[in-house]
Ligand binder design. Structure first.
Ligand code: NAP
Length: 306
């Protein structure tokens, strides 16, 4: 049983994490902290946590565990602000989508009496804000921990226990390996979606209306990904530069190969490429990592019942 967990940054991820912890019964008190008063009001009104405050100092005082769920670019700044108020033995963890740069930003501010266990839940939707959160978000999803060599094992085990309480599965790897893998599975797909939807946005008005009308032919799926939070994704690309540029180079080569196959009518190459990729979709479904059919849309979400 954990006594007090403070979640700083109460958007999709922070809200989902807090709700999942409350539901698990493994934490006595979950406190939400966010710089926005409106967010804190929504947390109180919908009982998404036991308490909510815009004062980060109040939130972290006495907390056994502090979870940084703010955009990647804000992690260092937030850590610096809370460092003097962390209690003896406190464990700080995060949810950032990039790991090496977050560790680099957070570590210099970490007091000696606290430790940091970097983490990234591989779960999410295109929505943001506290009302987008739901307690099932992490069920059967992977959470990657990237602890530093000096992180005490017992602290890594505590963070593992906390995430397991949300229904997640845990994997441990190096921050660099994490950033490369996520560069392929998450960052590149978002970049491609932003590009395709951006190209459509630049079309003349008459063509653009037809793009929307006939979007079910493939474009629609890209628009879901391209609706993701711009602040979060700006920070991801600025903080995972090397891995994303490396993956982008490989992608460009593969795209050029497909371009050649189309130009020279190499049907066999096209067929073999498309047939191979179909298998990946089947494998994702079999691994239980397909979509969330019932994820709430914060624009239509109703307040929680009393
Ligand atoms: P979000 O919905 O935009 O929530 C972030 C919250 O943090 C917002 O309420 C934001 O307030 C607040 N915030 C920003 N700077 C702050 C500061 N200095 N002090 C206190 N609060 C601050 O974002 P999210 O999707 O939950 O993502 C949170 C983190 O999890 C990010 O690091 C992201 O990379 C990671 N992550 C996201 C996903 C996903 O699919 N969304 C998946 C896995 C991991 P304002 O809105 O007022 O700025």
């Amino acid at each position: 049983m954990f006594e007090k967990v403070a979640v700083i940054g109460f958007g999709l991820i922070g809200s989902s994490f807090a709700q999942a912890l409350k539901r698990s019964g493994k934490v006595r008190e979950v406190v939400a902290a966010d710089k926005s008063e409106e967010v804190c009001r929504q947390v109180q009104e919908n009982k998404l946590a036991d308490n909510a405050t815009t004062n980060l100092r109040d939130a972290v005082l006495d907390a056994d565990i502090v979870v940084l769920a703010v955009p990647v670019g804000a992690m260092g700044h937030v850590m610096k602000g809370i460092a003097p108020y962390l209690k003896e033995g406190a464990i700080v963890t995060d949810t950032g989508s990039v790991k090496a740069s977050v560790i680099e930003a957070v570590s210099p501010h970490l007091p000696e009496h606290a430790s940091f266990v970097a983490a990234h839940p591989i779960a999410g939707t295109e929505h943001s804000g506290p009302l987008a959160g739901f307690p099932e978000l992490f069920e059967h999803r992977w959470v990657i921990l990237t602890p530093m060599p000096e992180t005490p094992l017992r602290d890594v085990e505590k963070i593992t226990t906390l995430w397991e309480a949300t229904g997640a599965n845990i994997e441990i790897m190096s921050p660099e390996h994490h950033d490369l893998i996520l560069g392929i599975t998450s960052h590149l797909p978002h970049l491609i979606a932003y590009t395709i939807v951006g190209t459509a946005t630049n079309l003349e008005d008459d063509i653009q209306s037809e793009v929307i009308k006939y979007s079910a032919s493939g474009f629609r799926d890209f628009t879901r990904i391209a609706a993701s939070d711009p602040t979060m994704w700006r920070d991801v690309f600025l903080n995972n530069k090397a891995a994303v540029l490396e993956i982008l180079q490989r992608f460009t080569e593969d795209l050029t190969a497909l371009q050649r196959a189309i130009r020279y009518a190499d049907g066999d190459y096209l067929y073999q490429t498309f047939d191979r990729t179909r298998g990946i979709r089947r494998a994702i479904i079999e691994a239980g990592q397909a979509d969330y059919p019932d994820a709430p849309d914060p624009k239509t979400a109703s307040p929680a019942s009393e």
